[in-house]
Design a protein around this ligand. Structure first.
Ligand SMILES: Cc1cc2nc3c(=O)[nH]c(=O)nc-3n(C[C@H](O)[C@H](O)[C@H](O)COP(=O)(O)OP(=O)(O)OC[C@H]3O[C@@H](n4cnc5c(N)ncnc54)[C@H](O)[C@@H]3O)c2cc1C
Length: 288
């Protein structure tokens, strides 16, 4: 039996924020519902009110604003998958969106819901960490811009307050960067991540020197994370097979997976981290 709750379909952002401010935890935002409704059905959360933001146009967009890409929080993963703009500017973000669930899930699931559900294996998090994304959190009291690196604080926990709503995700574009996203699941489709890696590299084409490097992991730690020691190993060095190997070896030592994980052991995940980092770096360096 599905528990009882009130349902509100707001016509604008203010109507969505109002009950959040008044009810706090007793009210939940419903975007695609692919995660939340499972939790409600299973009794993990018991909201009095669900505020359905899934069809709010002000939260559904993909646009370029100067050197910044902006994606509305209620944009679905299918819309991301089918966006020529994102394919051009951040193809590895598109790859991550395409890897989530099956088409029915991607038709409903949103980028905001993926980040707010805050699973350690949330697939949109690693590419957004590698892209240096910023999240815009809005409440009736005002708004704040938060670097995604500061957003996740534990499994299923973020710094987003109960009265706040994520309105958009933005990241810089325009640099000649290359990226890659690789995910390992226990099967080829409808697979929750055992481990995932996103890398973003800027490489000087005349010298092959790595000028900027960002490496992030999903499902390999209590939260999605960036590993700056690996990035430091790449920055200023010539992109080469031995360097990639060295970074991949270091990745195994740098990850600290949860011992409570249900999908695989910590030892296996460490080996996975090394293999995925190696593959993602090779892919990013070879792509153009
Ligand atoms: C069969 C199946 C397969 C799945 N496969 C994957 C997978 O491969 N990879 C993966 O990462 N996930 C997967 N998921 C989990 C889930 O579908 C995704 O994380 C999805 O992106 C969640 O988005 P949603 O819009 O449906 O979120 P919802 O369920 O609507 O919301 C999730 C949480 O985020 C909050 N929220 C939503 N939007 C906002 C906002 N704008 N501001 C503040 N809070 C907000 C909600 O209140 C809720 O607490 C899967 C789920 C199922 C059922």
């Amino acid at each position: 039996m599905f528990p009882d709750f009130e349902y509100l379909k707001p016509r604008n952002l203010k109507e969505a924020l109002q009950p959040l401010g008044e009810l706090g935890e007793r009210c939940r935002l419903l975007a695609g519902g692919t995660a939340l409704l499972v939790d409600v059905r299973d009794g993990h959360v018991s909201p009095e009110l669900l505020v359905d933001i899934g069809e709010l146009d002000v939260l559904r967009f993909i646009k370029v604003d100067g050197e910044i890409m902006r994606v509305g929080a209620a944009t679905t993963l299918m819309e991301i998958e089918e966006s020529p703009l994102l394919q051009k500017e951040a193809s590895f973000l598109v790859a991550a969106a395409s890897s989530v669930g099956g088409p029915q899930i991607r038709n409903r699931a949103t980028i905001g819901g993926n980040l707010l559900y805050a699973s350690p294996g949330a697939d949109m998090a690693p590419p957004l960490l590698a892209l240096g994304a910023t999240l815009r959190l809005v409440s009736l009291k005002g708004e704040r811009q938060v670097p995604i690196e500061e957003f996740f604080v534990g499994p299923r926990r973020t710094i987003c307050r109960a009265d706040e709503l994520l309105t958009e995700v933005s990241f810089p574009i325009g640099k000649a960067g290359r990226g890659a996203f690789i995910k390992l699941g226990l099967r080829n489709a409808m697979a929750i991540s055992v481990g995932s890696v996103a890398v973003y590299l800027e490489i000087d084409p005349s010298t092959s020197i790595v000028q900027e490097a960002r490496i992030s992991l999903g499902a390999l730690a209590p939260t999605p994370i960036r590993i700056k020691t690996l990035e430091d190993m790449l920055r200023g060095e010539r992109a080469s097979a031995p360097l990639i190997k060295e970074v991949a070896e270091a990745a195994k030592r740098q990850v600290h997976p949860r011992s409570s994980s249900i999908r695989s052991s910590p030892e296996y995940r460490k080996a996975v981290a090394g293999a995925l980092v190696q593959k993602a770096l090779e892919q990013a360096i070879l792509s153009d």
